[in-house]
Design a protein around this ligand. Structure first.
Ligand code: SF4
Length: 391
């Protein structure tokens, strides 16, 4: 399989998004954050191309200003463009102050790479992974630094950087390009432009082997995938909302929603109206039940009658068994396996408390017996949801 890192990442975030982009070949309209992020990448590329004669801050900001006006920030109209422009200005000023004069020299910018990954267990079946590294520097002490710019609103933790698959893949790419460089001399950095913070990490030979395994595992998942949607807060930035079955309904007009003359919106609203009354009715039922039960206890009666039914008091036992003793009896009869049941909910709970290696083993032992559709009902305002997507 030939695949780019960004596609692999898209699959992890949402298999359906991957399908829209990679299989159905539907171009994704870029959101504001993505346009802004690309723009900052372009400015920084221009700036570092000038190495070692870096433009001063004035020239950098001048280029930013001139280049901005050439860009199509067509989502202008409500002051947002001005906010983004100011934010870019702030980011670049702070970036310049923190990084200049440059201590390192630039080896490459926006470098395209390809890494071949071989499946050892499948007669050497090969996969080609491609990607683009934002910046490769040579540090004064001779080490190589790989820098990936991030423009997101959240900064990663050190642990996240240590486990970041993208950086691991970059380490593989650099090892391919300069095989003589020791991994100890390759520094991998995520540069969070909004915070002007850089988080550095490294990889070992063992990490790279694990990376290859993870990538092969992901490729296998893609090959077997049914490309189901995976709704998450990331949907907000997904350009496929209007064709995605999770959100498409919000974009359709009312006439299209009337399948077989059914106004589904009305039906859903009716459901929630009844649902809200259900709570009121349940409270009243509980109140009556408590009252009748108290009456039975106080009078010593075992059964009390109304016109439409009756209430009875029944004495029951709560039973538990001594697990060891039951096992001793049932095991020799070959019946023990029938009474112990591995419960998926319990495993889900326990999995958070056990070490990562054991978690992986449990994942491997998991087998999907059946895939079925189920329905989840969420009480929420349609307007709020629409606004959430637009934010
Ligand atoms: S909107 Fe969300 S669920 Fe739908 S394709 Fe995009 S990321 Fe996936």
């Amino acid at each position: 399989m030939r695949i780019s890192y960004s596609s692999l990442e898209a699959f992890q975030k949402c298999p359906l998004k991957f399908k829209f982009s990679e299989i159905d070949d539907i171009g994704e309209p870029k959101g504001k954050e993505a346009v802004f992020g690309n723009y900052l990448h372009e400015i920084l590329k221009w700036f570092y191309e000038k190495d070692p004669h870096f433009p001063d801050m004035e020239k950098l900001l001048d280029y930013y200003y001139r280049h901005w006006s050439k860009n199509d920030f067509s989502w202008n109209g409500n002051g947002e463009e001005k906010d983004y422009f100011q934010e870019g200005l702030r980011i670049l000023e702070s970036f310049y102050k923190n990084n200049l004069p440059a201590q390192s020299s630039i080896l490459d910018l926006e470098t395209k790479f390809e890494v071949v990954i071989e499946e050892k267990e499948k007669n050497g079946k090969k996969h080609i992974l491609s990607g683009i590294i934002d910046r490769i520097d040579k540090l004064p002490d001779g080490r190589i630094e790989i820098i990936d710019y991030k423009t997101g609103k959240r900064i990663a933790s050190q642990k996240e950087a240590d486990n970041n698959l993208q950086l691991s893949l970059y380490a593989l790419a650099v090892k391919n390009r300069w095989p003589k460089i020791s991994l100890k001399n390759i520094s991998l950095s995520l540069y969070f432009l909004k915070f002007n913070e850089k988080i550095e990490t490294k990889r070992t030979e063992e990490d790279l082997l694990i990376t290859e395994e993870k990538i092969i595992e992901l490729i296998h998942k893609i090959q077997k995938s049914k490309f189901e949607p995976k709704p998450s807060p990331l949907c907000r930035w997904c350009g496929y909302q209007n064709i995605c079955p999770v959100w498409r309904h919000l974009f359709e007009n009312n006439d299209e929603n009337n399948y077989n003359s059914v106004n589904i919106e009305e039906k859903i609203d009716e459901y929630f109206l009844l649902e809200s009354r259900k709570e009121e009715i349940e409270n009243k039922l509980n109140e009556l039940k408590n009252f009748i039960e108290a009456y039975i206890s106080q009078t010593g009666l075992k059964r009390v009658f109304g016109k439409n039914g009756y209430f009875s008091q029944i004495t029951e036992e709560k039973i538990s068994f001594n697990k060891e003793k039951i096992r001793d009896v049932l095991s020799p009869l070959g019946k023990w396996e029938e009474v112990i049941e591995i419960n998926a909910q319990k495993i889900k709970k326990i999995i958070r408390e056990i070490p990562p290696e054991s978690r992986e083993e449990i994942e491997k032992a998991k087998k999907i017996e059946k895939i079925y559709d189920t329905f989840l009902i969420t009480n929420g305002n349609k307007k709020d949801l629409e606004e959430e997507l637009e934010e």
